[in-house]
Design a protein around this ligand. Structure first.
Ligand SMILES: Nc1ncnc2c1ncn2[C@@H]1O[C@H](COP(=O)(O)OP(=O)(O)OP(=O)(O)O)[C@@H](O)[C@H]1O
Ligand SMILES: [Mg+2]
Length: 218
């Protein structure tokens, strides 16, 4: 069972992934929790190169950025996701391919390029369920600001935090488009509500999928 969680920055992905993983652990399910970019040791190097501004001021062009994200994903699939799925584990991933489609798509990468890389790297693998947390970026970016102030360096602002609100609104629209195009795979969950309410809405979509796959989650 392969579950991904997606959404704009500060939509609550990490918060909700933690809550979901704690719930699944309590239920005794075999679980692997990971994230992109940076789900492997080599991928963490790529994460740093992708998200931290470079001292030289040099910045990735959209195609380089795209290829690095997919290099990270290929390594993650090879070293973590595919082995865990083969071992019948539940795999929870914080951001996956829909983030590439939303962010790199909003940066101007054509869908055809994303489709080709997707064929190359995913080889037909798709999440069984993708939770997209939907919230106005104006709200979520404010959350990010508060989080970064209170948590200091470990959650230091990344390059994407500085992008304009208009860009984040485009990203949100792309996530909404993905949800409309893949109604069987995607659960669109309103993420403006309090944490507990969002958690309950996610569980209402995850539990039936797990049951259907034969996991005991009563
Ligand atoms: N439903 C909520 N209501 C209010 N605040 C929330 C809610 N969910 C999360 N937060 C807070 O908002 C901040 C961002 O949440 P979180 O880090 O989980 O988002 P994220 O989607 O993982 O962000 P990023 O894309 O930067 O990784 C955190 O400080 C978190 O405690
Ligand atoms: Mg996060």
């Amino acid at each position: 069972m392969f579950i991904t969680i997606e959404g704009v920055e500060g939509s609550g992905k990490s918060t909700q992934l933690l809550r979901l993983s704690e719930r699944l652990r309590r239920l005794g399910l075999p679980l692997v929790v990971s994230k992109e970019p940076g789900g492997t040791p080599l991928g963490r190097e790529l994460r740093r190169l992708l998200l931290e501004p470079h001292a030289s001021g040099d910045a990735w062009c959209p195609d380089s950025e795209l290829l690095l994200f997919y290099a990270d994903r290929a390594q993650h699939l090879y070293a973590v996701i595919r082995p865990a799925l083969a071992a019948k584990q539940v795999v929870l991933v914080d951001r996956f391919e829909d983030s590439s489609r939303a962010y790199q798509g909003a940066s101007g990468v054509p869908d055809a390029s994303l489709d080709r890389l997707s064929d190359l790297v995913l080889k037909g693998l798709r999440p069984d369920l993708t939770v997209i947390l939907d919230v106005d970026p104006e709200v979520s970016l404010q959350r990010v600001e508060v989080r970064n102030l209170s948590l200091g360096t470990e959650f230091a602002e990344t390059r994407f935090d500085h992008a304009a609100l208009a860009f984040h609104r485009q990203v949100r629209e792309r996530f909404l488009q993905i949800a409309r195009s893949h109604p069987d795979r995607v659960a669109l969950v309103p993420a403006r509500d309090p944490v507990e309410q969002v958690e309950a809405a996610i569980w209402a979509r995850v539990a039936p999928k797990l049951r259907h796959a034969g996991f005991e989650v009563s």
